[in-house]
Design a protein around this ligand. Structure first.
Ligand code: RET
Length: 234
């Protein structure tokens, strides 16, 4: 589908936000000691992947028409890669030097990422509008897996936190608040009841995406940097 120039501009702004986020994340991350730099890896690739997805959408490649509505499949391609990386970043910060042995740690990471991937894939099925009536069933299945993700990061994972536990709690809070907006926006947007229109949906998604990816990554690397500084100062 051809997008309006406003819609294209909003998508380009999304791409630009991700590129700026990537630059800030790398600039802060370069100051970390070598053994802490791994905290930056996932955050960098999250914004890099999103910048590519936004470029695909802005150039008109990222959507297909299904039952007279555009479906931005590029969002789901982006999310299926970036949401596991965001969660991995969160869990690596929280579990780093914590009390979980590698078996428990890998189990927690596998559980959270597995549920998250199912959340995105079933959300894509809901969006594709192949059977209009079944759309809300798939939406409900996706919400179920989302609840599993939230349960794991607020429940089992917190038993094993290491020295970055305050940062973990802050990041988990930011993640929870921002991620809860996605299923609401889905209902208000063209995939759901079409209350806010396509341009409104693109605009709100762009803002939330930049916050949930670049903003989250910046808080993460800044938090690790400050923690390193206070331990070396002490
Ligand atoms: C969908 C619709 C079906 C129900 C649910 C959803 C949740 C999506 C989420 C997406 C998060 C995306 C992020 C992207 C990067 O910034 C698929 C919208 C529960 C939580 C954080």
């Amino acid at each position: 589908m051809d997008l309006s120039s406003t819609q294209e501009l909003l998508l380009w702004l999304g791409a630009a936000g991700m590129v700026i986020g990537a630059i800030i994340i790398v600039a802060i991350g370069m100051k970390l000691p070598a053994e802490e730099k791994h905290h930056v890896t996932a955050s960098f690739f999250v914004v890099a992947i999103a910048a590519t997805a936004y470029t695909a959408m802005a150039t008109g490649l990222g959507n297909v028409m299904m039952n007279d509505q555009p479906v931005f499949w590029a969002r789901y391609a982006d999310w299926v890669a970036t949401t596991p990386l965001l969660l991995l970043g969160l869990l690596v910060v929280g579990l780093w030097k914590g009390s979980a042995d590698s078996g428990i740690r890998n189990g927690l990471i596998g559980f959270v990422i597995g549920a998250d991937i199912l959340m995105i894939v079933t959300g894509l099925v809901a969006s594709l509008r192949i059977g209009e009536a079944d759309r809300w069933l798939w939406y409900a299945i996706s919400c179920f897996f989302f609840l599993l993700v939230l349960w794991a990061i607020w429940g089992p994972v917190r038993q094993y936190l290491g020295p970055h536990q305050a940062l973990y709690t802050r990041l988990a809070g930011i993640l929870t608040v921002l991620w809860l907006i996605y299923p609401v926006l889905w209902v208000l947007g063209t995939e759901g009841l079409d209350v806010i229109g396509l341009t409104g949906e693109i605009a709100v998604f762009a803002v939330i995406d930049v916050l949930a990816k670049a903003g989250f990554g910046i808080v993460l690397v800044l938090g690790v940097r400050n923690a390193v500084r206070s331990t070396t100062a002490a």
